[in-house]
Design a protein around this ligand. Structure first.
Ligand code: PLP
Length: 384
């Protein structure tokens, strides 16, 4: 067994002198009349990058999803369709506005929402769908857009994990009425904590800007709020960090893709590949996957659960994470009627989750780290 001197991390950022310089400048100078300079630069550049008209910097992706649902006027009695395989942050804002999630199954290749499951999940009460670009993969967006347009359902794209992915020439973050991003410390582009909401719709943007600042229009100096709303703002220091990261986005995405290619090549040329024991993230024709998390689905013939794999790799100094259990299986949801129905229907989400893990994908990884992970993975799978 090869033990590396340090643990091999599952996720983490790349920080250079540029980030440190920008944050230092923000903390020194972004006050008084300059308080919003970094926000403006980060938002404008971000909107340009994803191909949207407007970007609003926020404290998290969760708050971006919350504002999106509020701006669509969604509330009690409404249903929102959501893929069953995602982080709870995609779904929790549905409860914040008093609406009900409906958990659709995912596609066996992309692990993102299945178009036919989406269509089946729609009822007369459906008011929106949140589709998720899971681990950097993209759902079949053109088919989803067609179905959503035919049924008159607004789509929100949760692109938290997918900055830099491209679907047939359109970047992740350019689909639906609005898209949302996370800049949590684990993400490809980080501001420590943070998020962004992007949209092309002027009224949607205005509503979100109003709701994110205690029911005031931007620039208000009267402090006379017109509605009870929220305080969802990013700090200048975070915006400065985000701008520096955005200026390096091509490099950051290229590193993610390089990490994936190291795994793919190593696994393909090893007995793991020959025996087809491991399936990695898909990249369908026309899609560029930014591979936020390299993810391994392990063949059932291995006979080990993801918890066993995570524990055994952990003993060897390798940090991994479980593929998301279906939302409908979580204590938070499992008693809802929609969750009970999903547990019976969502065979793909329930089939993938017990045997899939996220492999180390941190931006600090070297090819040697990936070689160690592949060697140890082969060993725990009994193929060394
Ligand atoms: C798919 C998905 N949606 C939403 C979020 C929420 O992001 P944040 O932590 O910035 O609120 C995350 C973050 O991990 C995520 O992975």
């Amino acid at each position: 067994m090869t033990l590396s001197a340090r643990r091999i991390p599952v996720a983490g950022p790349s920080i250079t002198g540029r980030e440190i310089d920008y944050v230092t400048d923000a903390v020194t100078n972004a006050w008084y009349g300059n308080a919003n300079v970094y926000h403006r630069r980060f938002e404008e550049r971000f909107a340009d990058y994803v191909g949207r008209q407007h970007a609003i910097a926020l404290p998290s992706c969760t708050s971006a999803l919350h504002l999106s649902l509020l701006a669509l006027g969604i509330g009690p009695g409404d249903e929102v369709v959501i893929p069953d395989s995602t982080w709870i942050a995609s779904a929790a804002p549905i409860a914040y506005v008093g609406a009900t999630p409906v958990f659709a199954d995912v596609d066996p290749d992309t692990w993102c929402i299945s178009v036919s499951a989406f269509e089946r999940a729609v009822t007369p009460r459906t008011r929106a769908a949140i589709v998720v670009d899971l681990y950097g993969g993209m759902p079949d967006m053109s088919a989803l857009e067609d179905v959503a347009a035919r049924l008159g359902i607004p789509v929100i794209e949760d692109a938290a994990e997918a900055i830099g992915s491209v679907y047939h020439g359109r970047r992740a973050g350019s689909f639906g009425v609005a898209s949302t991003f996370s800049f949590h410390g684990s993400k490809t582009l980080t501001t420590g904590e943070g998020g962004m909401l992007v949209t092309d719709d002027d009224r949607f943007r205005a509503r979100c800007e109003f709701l994110r600042d205690h029911g005031r229009t931007p620039g208000d100096t009267t402090f006379r709020s017109r509605e009870i709303a929220y305080k969802y703002k990013m700090s200048s220091m975070q915006a400065a960090l985000g701008l520096a990261q955005l200026e390096r986005i091509d490099e950051l995405v290229a590193k993610k893709r390089a990490i994936f290619a190291w795994y793919r090549d190593h696994i393909q040329s090893s007995p793991l590949g020959a025996r087809r024991l491991v399936t990695l993230n898909a990249e369908p024709a026309g899609v560029t996957n930014s591979y936020w998390m390299v993810t391994a689905i392990v063949s059932p013939e291995v006979g080990k659960t993801k918890q066993e794999l995570i524990a055994e790799l952990g003993e060897r100094g390798i940090d991994t994470r479980p593929f998301f259990d279906p939302l409908s299986s979580l204590d938070a949801y499992c008693d809802l009627p929609a969750a009970r129905a999903a547990a019976e229907q969502n065979a793909v989400a329930y089939g993938l989750a017990p045997r899939a893990i996220n492999l180390p994908s941190a931006l600090s990884l070297t090819e040697d780290d990936v070689t160690i992970v592949c060697t140890e993975l082969a060993s725990v799978l009994g193929v060394s």
